[in-house]
Design a protein around this ligand. Structure first.
Ligand code: NAD
Ligand code: ZN
Length: 372
């Protein structure tokens, strides 16, 4: 097996992210090597369980782990207090203690929910993240943020609870729907844009291959590994997002607002982020930070993403602005913005000059409405 290993520093100690095709078969082995002890609560997405649950259980059993499977319905609605309550109950009834371990098998929904359970059950137990979507492999499984949603907003109830270990089997992505692949690819492109121009050039060769699933297995593993390295480097330097980690929000100010204004569901996170990144490129250029050539190169890459589905009701600039105001990243009414001084670096702008935010929102709405 070709395997990449990336180390991440955190307040709870250093942990490794293993990336490669076929690693699910080594899950138990990697957990033993990382000294993960006790019984295992395998919290798994129902759809993922059908494809990959047996492989995970086989590997855990081969390494002598006593594992109990707890299935969770697929979808964002499962990041709820009701699901958390159901899992807490199952774990109490199952006799789990704080010296046992949660293994999260699924996408970001499962990683965030299972992480929240691990952070809270008996005041905190270990979690091993086994991400199965492109988004969760390159983004949500690394960095220790865990959360459930509140009816008044996404990710409002949570904690920093770094994993003991992350095992990202890139072969599990073979069953992921194309729309989800493109959604995760948006975060991969974001990572390249903020941190690594040569990575963007590599992506330019493989974009449609990765999106469609036709890409070579080793190329895919390499792309995931490079994206994880970027995230790992950033969160190792700034775990609690007081500085550099904010640059991971490139494209997310307007992207999040559009996603929220559309009512979560019609647009995938990644689809909204592509629109948000295009608007953020415009802002970067208007502020005189980004060269026209770099802006064009970045916009070309983002222009190759499939169009998001048309919304049932078009969004207005006011809808987007209202959502911006509610964003937990807005500080004292000021909308913080991440801009690119060049492809491969990012910086934080505390507030945009009057008019520019409006212009960026208008451009994003045109983009969403179909004139790219
Ligand atoms: N903690 C963080 O730092 C962080 C960062 C980014 C996003 N997130 C969170 O991540 C969540 C989104 O994660 P996601 O995009 O992975 O979505 P997801 O977990 O909902 O997975 C997407 C869909 O793919 C299915 N699926 C997953 N793996 C599959 C596989 N290998 N084969 C077939 N189907 C599969 C799932 O059942 C689901 O329907 C959001 O809740 C978001 O808030 C968290
Ligand atoms: Zn994102």
């Amino acid at each position: 097996v070709r395997e990449g290993k990336i180390l991440v520093r955190s307040s709870a100690g250093e942990y490794a992210v293993h990336v490669g095709p076929g690693l699910l078969d080594k899950l138990g082995e990697r957990m033993r090597a990382a000294n993960v002890r006790g019984r295992v609560a395998l919290i798994v997405d129902e759809a993922v369980d059908a494809h990959w649950g047996e492989a995970a259980r086989r590997s855990l059993a081969a390494a002598q782990y006593d594992a109990k499977t707890l299935r969770v319905p697929s979808g964002e609605a499962s990041k709820s207090l009701a699901q958390a309550d159901r899992l807490w109950t199952a774990m109490i009834e199952g006799g789990f203690s704080r010296s046992d371990t949660v293994v999260a098998l699924g996408g970001g929904v499962i990683g965030d929910l299972a992480g929240f359970i691990a952070a809270t059950f008996h005041r905190g137990m270990s979690i091993v993240q086994v991400p199965t979507t492109l988004l969760s492999q390159v983004d949500s499984s690394v960095g220790g943020k865990v959360a459930i949603d509140h009816p008044l907003g996404k990710n409002l109830i949570g904690a920093f609870h770094p994993p003991r270990l992350v095992v990202a089997d890139t072969r599990t992505l073979s069953t992921l729907p194309a729309r989800e692949r493109w959604g995760g690819l948006a975060e991969v492109v974001k990572a390249a844009l903020i941190a690594d121009k040569s990575f963007l050039s590599e992506l330019e060769q493989y974009l449609e291959g990765i999106g469609s699933g036709a890409v070579d297995e080793l190329v895919l593993a390499d792309v995931v590994e490079r994206a994880v390295r970027i995230k790992a480097d950033v969160v190792s330097r700034d775990e609690h997002e007081t500085g550099p980690r904010m640059t991971l929000n490139f494209g997310h100010t307007i992207g999040h607002a559009i996603e929220a204004a559309a009512g979560y569901g019609p647009l995938l996170h990644g689809e909204a982020i592509v629109v948000g990144m295009r608007a953020a490129l415009l802002v970067s250029e208007r502020l005189g930070k980004l060269s026209a050539a770099d802006a064009r190169q970045a916009a070309n890459v983002l222009g190759r993403f499939p169009r998001p589905p048309a919304l049932a009701t078009a969004l207005s600039a006011d809808d987007v602005k209202r959502a911006l105001g509610r964003d937990k990243k807005a500080v004292a009414g000021k909308v913080r913005f991440i801009v690119l001084p060049a492809i491969g670096s990012a910086e934080i702008v505390p507030e945009l000059p009057p008019g520019l935010l409006d212009e960026a929102i208008a451009s994003a709405l045109r983009d969403l409405g179909g004139s790219r």
